[in-house]
Structures are given as structure tokens and as C-alpha cells.
Design a binder for this molecule. Sequence first.
Ligand code: RNT
Ligand code: ZN
Length: 419
Amino acid sequence: MLKELTIHAAYAIAKERYAQLGIDTEAVLEQLKNFHLSMHCWQADDVTGFEPAQNALSGGIQSTGNYPGKARNIDELRQDILKAKSLIPGTHRLNLHEIYGEFNGKFVDRNECTIDLFRGWIQWAAEHNTKLDFNSTSFSHPKSGNLTLANPNEEIRQFWIEHTRRCRAIANEIGEAQQDPCCINIWIHDGSKDFTVNRLLYRSLLKDSLDKILETKYRWEKPSVESKLFGIGLETMTVGSNDFYTAYASRNNLMITLDTGHFHPTESVADKVSSMLLFVPELMLHVSRPVRWDSDHVTLMDDPTLELFQEIVRADALNRVHYGLDYFDGSINRIGAYVIGSRAAQRCMTRALLEPVQTVRDYELKDKGFQKLAYIEEEKSLPWSAVYDEFCVRENVPVGLDIIPEIEQYERDVTALRG
Ligand code: RNT
Ligand code: ZN
């Protein structure tokens, strides 16, 4: 266990190093306190949710692995989330899917959902100083099939329109109760496994469905739309592609969700930030880690994630972005997955905030390429981790590897005892 004194001493040196570059580490520590992740509730139970029917996960997504101890009910899930939150510095939001309502064994179909399913969540969130975000759920349902909001079958399409409209109303009530807008993400899996000659039909149907869903204007909810490249079993065409939603969101002044697993492997998601922010009001992130495909591995501090956060800071857009996480790994300790991924996102943000961007910008504008590269290279080995460790100490959470014994203890006492 690192002594607090050692951490403070390392921080003092880091503070001086950064001060020489014109960076105020105290100001960065303040910014980190105001950097709220929206933690996805679905890592705790492999995207199962609490509908009494417990349909198998569908919609082209998959959680693989069978690590023991997944949350089996709402109490276990809440307990796990609180444990994870206790190991992540700062205050963070929780992102719910509609299937995580309090069903209490009662069948409430997707087109019948109301705020009643979420009153308990609102109360729980208030008790734990947590703001909520929300998602409509089009997958894992007998009517999910390959097409929901883009389904030519009018009855099925209306069913999902009704579901999504209701989800917006629920989000609005959550937002009002917490006196802070609740983001609602609209992601549907609609697509085609094989060659299709009806792309225009499906996309016009989706456009029409969204127009209907978004007709109502609410004060306390913020809708966002999430594109995708492909799903499992839906490899050839995705109705809600990146082009579709970029155009739709920009025409309708709507928030857009960038899931880092939803693009071609060599495409830079970071590069999209500055373009999109010129045309849409806000962005929602689904920070994930694709391995060869949209595999939803646990977020790490890798180059694409770091570049994404750097681009947000460079665009001065910290307050125009919502920082959702989206991964579901069933092969490792799930609390550990939350903690690693959340802390990785924070570490990326720490580094992004500590970048001596003003100096580098000046060099670039004066065409001093070598000096620019010298700074960019130097940044990589500056003591940003001492600043993050200091943040952990000040926020009273374990530093570095000290998360391991804490999570192992919780596994012994709690998750390992689940049947
Ligand atoms: C799926 C999307 C979507 C889901 C969640 C569960 O590819 O990323 O965001 O992961 O809604
Ligand atoms: Zn996502």
C-alpha cells in the first residue's frame, strides 16, 4: 500500500513540472471533480435486466464469459453498483435501460411501460447522490426480430414507437425528479443479415418513426441517437448507420451518441468530435473497447480513448459531452470491470486536461513543426499519474493497485456466494 505521504510528495513534484509548462494542476483537480461518468447499469448482469420473462439477449449484441457472481436481481445490482462507485473517485451518474425497471415479477410489456417502474430507482438514486440517464430497449423481446422502428409491419413498428415515446416520458419524469436533465439514448439494432434491396424503405420508416417519437418537446429529458456499423446476425446492413444519424441529428438539432465500438476498426472516433459539434448541440459517448469487432471489452487507457478525450478538451467542449460507458464483459470480475473502465476514462481525461495545448497550438500556427512534436512527445512521459493518484487520495478511494484487495474481498463476501 502506497503511503499517502508518498503520493502527496509525487504530486508536489508533478505540480511543479506542470507549472513550468503553464498548467495549473489544482485547476485540473477541480475539473476532475466535475467530470461525471454515466455508468452503464448493464455490466453488472450481462445485459439481462429484470423483466419477469428474462428473454435471451438479442439484437446483435453479446456478452461472453461465465464469471461467477453476476447480479441476479435489482438489490444485487444496486449493491454492486454502489461497491464499484465506492472505488471510483468523483460523483457519477447511472445509466438505466428500460428492462431494468422494478417489475417485481409483474409482466409489463414494452409498450405499456410507465414511470411506476422507475420510482424506486429515483428514490434510490436520490439517496445515493446519483443522477440517472435512460435508454429505450428494443432488443431481447419477442417482437425484436431484425426490425423494430424500421419494420414494414405497421403493428410492430407502432409497438416500438409507443415504447420509445413512453421511454422519453419516463426520462422526462426522472429528469424533473432529479432537477437535472435525463439523457435518453435511442439505439435500435435494426438491420439485415444478408443482401437487401430495400435500404431506402427501411431508412424512410426509421426516419418517420423517429419524427413521431420526437414530436413532443420535454423540459427535463435530452434524447440522443446512436448509430452502429453492424450487429451479430445483422452483418450486411444497419438501418441506423452513421450517415443516417449524422444527417438526422444535424437536421433536427439532436444529440448524437458516439459508441467507440461502432465504426470501422481504422476509423478515428476522436476525429468526429470537432465536426459533429459544429452541427449538433451535444454528444453522448459510449466509451467501449472494440477488439476486432464491436466486442464491448472493458475500456482501457488506449490511444483511441485518449485521443477522443483530448479532442473534447481541445474543442473546449467538456460541458457539451455526456460521458457514458458501454461495455459488458462476463468473463472477469464484473465490479472490477466497472472500476477499471471508469478509472481508465478518468485517467484519459486527466491526461487530456493536463496537455499544454496552448503552447503546442502556438507552435503549430507558427509552422514550427519540430517544436510541436517535441511537446507532444514530452507529454507522454509527464507525471499525469501523480495527479490522478492525488485525486484518488483526496476523494478517499484506493490508489492504483489497492483496488485489487477491495474487489477480492467483495467477491469473497458477496458475489462468490451467489448461486
Ligand atoms: C449496442 C449499443 C448499445 C448497447 C446498449 C445495451 O451495440 O452499443 O448502446 O450496448 O444499449
Ligand atoms: Zn453503445
